[in-house]
Design a protein around this ligand. Structure first.
Ligand code: FAD
Length: 380
């Protein structure tokens, strides 16, 4: 074992570093993957431990500034999840002949969602939009290193644990590398998502949208045609994601859910933004919170500033409004009970259990007299 299970973020740094390629991933009962060493090939060089961000200290800094932002170009950011900041900064890097790494839905043998490298604007839409699931890094850290050493401008977007993994793997800082971390409340395993898709359709899904400007709606596509859509209220996957029921174990002990950050720029949704602010009144779609952490981060934002509607705010406003900038997600109280149901009967049983209870509660709530009796028996 490289690091104890409750801390392993599965950032793939160990796999990328291993000189003997003797580390592979294995799934646990929840479909979460963990690195396993083939002892017969291991030469005990300990490089896997040396690059593990859960073992070694990461450099964190408090945000220098804070912006509420969204992209002006509605066409460009149409498919983005919040203000399209990741897409606009990626576009800037591509224009400078650089390369961008980010998460794309692929439905391949390696995984449903994987980190990929793009170097053309026409591929930008593959990265656009949050994929609310664990994205597999694969061997992309090795590819990033090659690009950096070939003097390419590189932008890497990921969860903070992925950024920490990349930094540890690289072992030194590069002037031509920009990193953006997403504020993250935890990643579900790909197995949950695979099961959800299989339960919804038997068609070959080749694109998913998790969230659009109309809210949290899971949309499945085949050859660009919408097969079906499920709102968060009817999707057990979405329920589990939003209630932090499907997080990897390490997400409940996340080392990165705090105001101090490890990348050049942190982005997320601007929860808690003052409703009386001019930008809130002006925006019809999502507003991103953008926290420049390093000078380099602030510089690239300034290079693209004309592409944004923005307002400078205080970092403390964002930290107060966004739980994930203060502390990790909390494991639901009934986690063990629900996990047992899932292990026995999969997503279908879990959905039945959770949604029938919820629907009953709603029915009771609608009938005021029964609700009053229900509440008073609960008090006793
Ligand atoms: C699993 C997850 C949980 C999140 N939880 C929160 C939260 O609790 N609070 C909050 O404020 N914001 C959260 N976010 C961030 C938020 O949903 C938006 O991704 C963020 O605001 C960027 O929006 P955008 O419009 O600038 O990005 P877009 O222009 O839509 O681009 C999306 C970028 O995110 C990257 N990306 C997408 N999915 C993943 C993934 N699974 N892993 C790594 N990188 C990915 C893409 O590569 C792309 O660069 C979460 C995102 C993810 C993926």
């Amino acid at each position: 074992m490289i690091v104890e299970k409750r801390l392993c973020t599965c950032c793939f740094a160990c796999i990328n570093k291993c000189p003997k390629q003797c580390i592979h991933m294995e799934e646990d009962k929840n479909g979460c993957i963990y690195p396993v060493i083939d002892e017969s090939k291991c030469i005990h060089c300990n490089l896997c431990k040396k690059v593990c961000p859960s073992i070694h200290e990461t450099n964190f800094s408090y945000p220098k500034k804070c912006y509420a932002m969204y992209g002006k170009d509605e066409n460009l950011i149409e498919k983005s999840t919040s203000g399209g900041v990741a897409t606009i900064l990626s576009n800037y890097i591509l224009k400078k002949n650089g390369v961008v790494y980010g998460a794309a839905f692929q439905n391949k043998e390696e995984g449903l969602v994987n980190h990929i490298r793009i170097d053309r604007k026409k591929d930008l839409q593959k990265l656009q939009g949050s994929k609310y699931v664990h994205s597999y890094i694969g061997k992309t850290f090795q590819s990033v290193k090659k690009d950096l050493e070939n003097d390419k401008l590189v932008l890497f977007v990921g969860t903070p644990c992925q950024i920490a993994g990349l930094q540890n793997f690289l072992e030194k800082s590069y002037e031509n590398l920009y990193t953006i971390d997403l504020i993250c409340h935890g990643v579900p395993s790909q197995k949950y998502l695979q099961e959800e898709i299989a339960n919804l359709t038997d068609k070959k899904v080749d694109q998913i949208s998790f969230r659009s400007k109309d809210g949290y709606v899971l949309r499945l596509y085949e050859n660009d045609n919408l097969i079906l859509q499920v709102g968060q209220k009817d999707s057990i996957y979405y329920y589990g994601f939003l209630q932090s029921l499907f997080c990897r174990e390490n997400c409940y002990h996340c080392l990165y859910a705090k105001p101090e950050r490890c990348s050049d720029i942190t982005i997320g949704d601007f929860w808690g933004l003052d409703k009386n602010s001019d930008i809130f009144k002006k925006s019809k779609k999502g507003i991103s919170v953008v926290l420049p952490i390093t000078k380099k981060g602030e510089n690239i934002i300034q290079q693209c500033i004309d592409c944004f509607e923005y307002e400078e705010r205080m970092p403390e406003e964002a930290i107060k409004g966004n739980t994930q900038l203060r502390s990790p997600s909390v494991k639901p109280r009934n986690y063990d009970k629900l996990a047992k149901i899932y292990h026995k009967g999969g997503m279908i049983k879990l959905k039945k259990k959770i949604f029938s209870r919820r629907d009953l509660k709603e029915k009771i709530k609608k009938n005021k007299i029964i609700y009053y009796i229900y509440k008073s028996t609960k008090r006793k």
